[in-house]
Ligand binder design. Structure first.
Ligand code: SF4
Ligand code: MSK
Length: 642
């Protein structure tokens, strides 16, 4: 069994609320959790961990055993097999993000063309910016015409067969030219995913470098295509987030209110769900049933979406989805797509919680399905809210566990609003940020993102890494479950900078009132980080390409295929990217060398793997210092960063 933080710390989670719930249910033999199931799974298959098993054709399954079977039946080597497996993970991750993006565009179309639609364009400025970036005709100047043109263009981007994804032009010129030279400029995401699957079919692409290059291109079509369109169109439809305050952790569940949880990724239904829960008739219905109010809270990235735009409380991140139900306080959990544990359907059988699936793409056996469509979104949302209210009387107050822990956070940052804050009185500008890096008040910046995984003490790596970075004057931006972990740990309160940040970062946080860790949103909002990096280059003074910036990325508790795609699009964009555990390719020395060394010559970014968050922070800081030196910047202003 691999060494991990769970063994070292002896804890399943760094989060006291999660530990409290796990402790409360530990004697219930009918209940299990991701942690128990992970333990039951030990030892995990080493061939799988090393990425050297192949079952893509029926001559297999094959596994590489050095000295016995050095290749598959077809002759595929460990290098080929590991590379193929990895890029298939990228294709699946890119598909998940991008299908999400496509659905958001369909919601935009409903907003424009629907009869009595439940959606409208909320950010016209962003719509115009997107139209300009897409080079689309502004039509008759009317909002609907412009939105139609943007929606048509966005949809066409997904299946783009020829040419290049338009939004890659947001990257610095040098980056774009590098992608062009290396044959990495992506076409439409559908096209890249299909080609990735084709190339990794039995008997097609055999050269691991060539396979991995296609992985990079596929990931770029996600980051600068499907994912970026998802974020931008969501901002157009639901509004670009602005800084706001919210609460986070299981303590947001309320004793006297109907607790409804939304979990998954796509905000189209959860946006109207929030609206439905504020409906006076439904609140009155809840009051009649003995509840004081209707309390909507979120899990995972759906949580981040409605937190960012409405300040809706977050109940928890990925590993807390089962725990929320185990509190016995949740009347209903509504789920859509991605990161929803199949185990939920069994967990709810032990509690009064109703589980409802909503996406046409995701049903669970034995679980009620109330299908969402844009045409009847509000009606569906109201039906689900009502169902949750009706379940309020079934809560067993004797059996519930009520964790007290909840933290305050300031979230709602975007690539636009962060830098309004940082000093752009008359216009958004990255000048103050770049200047802070140039004069050494900030050492640099890091994006810490991604999932939880029971192979690592829950939240520990996220929070320890962030603490270590801010202590060393590295501004942290965060998304996904990592952002939720940091929020729970109190790292998203401006005042935490006074206790935990280095002197330079503290000075900036004090001057502009921001926390040292900025919540940038959900997993698709990693595209905000790409935009932010491009804007930093465009502002000037920090080189001509993303790879020159004193920045890094990290996913210190990663688990999903989406995280693999995200890691690859960051590296392909020139970012040094650190993961706690390697990708499942360790059975191929060549593939490992390519990812941690050779890839840097190709794209300027590379991967590093380090499980200990303090050592990981050290690697990031060393990398940032090298970049500063290469830029000829004086080292950081404050002695400890010297
Ligand atoms: Fe085995 Fe080759 Fe078939 Fe893979 S493609 S299962 S290595 S024979
Ligand atoms: S939800 S992809 S566990 S970050 Fe986006 Fe969290 Fe990872 Fe899912």
């Amino acid at each position: 069994m691999p060494e991990n933080k769970k063994e070292k710390s002896g804890k399943k989670s760094a989060d006291p609320a999660s530990l409290e719930v796990l402790d409360a249910v530990k004697d219930n033999e009918d209940l299990d959790s991701a942690w128990n199931r992970y333990d039951d799974m030990q030892p995990q298959c080493e061939f799988g961990q090393d990425g050297i098993c192949c079952r893509i054709c029926n001559m297999g399954p094959c596994r590489i055993i050095p000295g016995k079977s050095n290749s598959g039946v077809c002759g595929a080597t460990a290098d080929t097999i590991a590379a193929r497996n990895l890029v298939r993970m990228i294709a699946a991750g890119a598909a998940a993000h991008s299908d999400h993006g496509r659905d958001v565009v369909h919601t935009l179309i409903e907003a424009i063309e629907g009869e009595d639609p439940d959606y409208e364009v909320k950010d016209y400025k962003k719509l115009k910016k997107l139209a300009r970036d897409f080079g689309v005709d502004e039509g008759n100047g009317k909002k609907d015409q412009l939105a139609t043109n943007v929606a048509d263009k966005s949809l066409a981007e997904f299946g783009r067969q020829k040419g290049v994804l338009t939004l890659t032009e947001r990257a610095p010129d040098e980056r774009y030219e590098l992608w062009e030279e290396e044959g990495l400029l992506p076409r439409g995401v559908d096209r890249e995913i299909v080609e990735t699957m084709h190339r990794t079919h039995m008997g097609v692409d055999t050269d691991y470098r060539h396979i991995l290059k296609q992985g990079l291109r596929c990931a770029l079509s996600d980051g600068w295509g499907g994912t970026m369109i998802a974020t931008d169109v969501q901002d157009v439809l639901f509004g670009t987030p602005e800084p706001l305050q919210a609460r986070v952790n299981l303590g947001v569940l309320e004793e006297d209110s109907v607790n409804l949880i939304v979990h998954g990724h796509e905000p189209a239904l959860s946006e109207v769900f929030v609206e439905a829960a504020r409906d006076p008739d439904l609140i009155e219905f809840a009051n009649d049933r003995g509840a004081e109010n209707i309390n909507v809270a979120g899990i995972c990235c759906t949580a981040n979406e409605i937190l960012m735009r409405h300040g809706i409380p977050v109940a928890g991140n990925f590993l807390q989805q089962e725990l929320a139900i185990m509190t016995g306080m949740v009347e209903l959990m509504m789920v859509d797509v991605q990161c929803i544990m199949p185990a939920l359907s069994k967990t709810v059988k032990n509690f009064h919680t109703d589980l409802v699936t909503t996406s046409p793409k995701a049903k669970f056996p034995g679980v009620e399905h109330k299908e969402f469509s844009e045409e009847s979104a509000l009606k569906t949302a109201k039906d689900i809210v009502k169902k949750g209210i009706e379940n309020f009387e079934n809560r067993d107050r004797e059996e519930q566990t009520r964790p007290e822990q909840k933290e305050v956070l300031v979230g709602g940052f975007s690539s636009e609003s962060v830098f309004d804050f940082l000093g752009g009185t008359y216009r958004s500008t990255y000048r103050p940020l770049n200047d802070a890096i140039i004069d050494g008040r900030l050492l640099g910046a890091a994006g810490v993102v991604g999932c939880n995984n029971p192979d690592t003490c829950h939240d520990y790596n996220h929070t320890e890494l962030a603490k270590e970075l801010i202590k060393n004057d590295v501004l942290v931006v965060s998304t996904g479950c990592s952002a939720i972990a940091d929020g729970k740990a109190g790292l998203m309160k401006p005042e935490v900078a006074f206790e935990m940040a280095g002197e330079g970062l503290e000075e900036i946080c004090r001057a502009v009132g921001i926390p040292p860790v900025l919540h940038l949103g959900s997993c698709v909002d990693n595209s905000r980080i790409l935009t932010l990096l491009s804007n930093m280059v465009a502002e000037g003074g920090l080189g001509n390409d993303i790879s020159e910036l004193p920045v890094a990325g990290a996913a210190p508790e990663w688990m999903s295929e989406k995280a693999v795609s995200i890691g690859f699009y960051f590296v392909a964009s020139g970012v040094y990217t650190l993961l706690n555990k390697p990708f499942p390719v360790t059975g191929s020395e060549n593939v490992m060398d390519f990812l941690t060394e050779d890839i840097e010559d190709l794209v300027g970014g590379k991967f590093a793997f380090e499980e200990d968050p303090k050592k990981a922070a050290g690697l990031i800081i060393d990398h940032i210092k090298v970049k500063r030196e290469e830029l000829g910047l004086k080292q950081a202003m404050y002695a400890k960063n010297g």
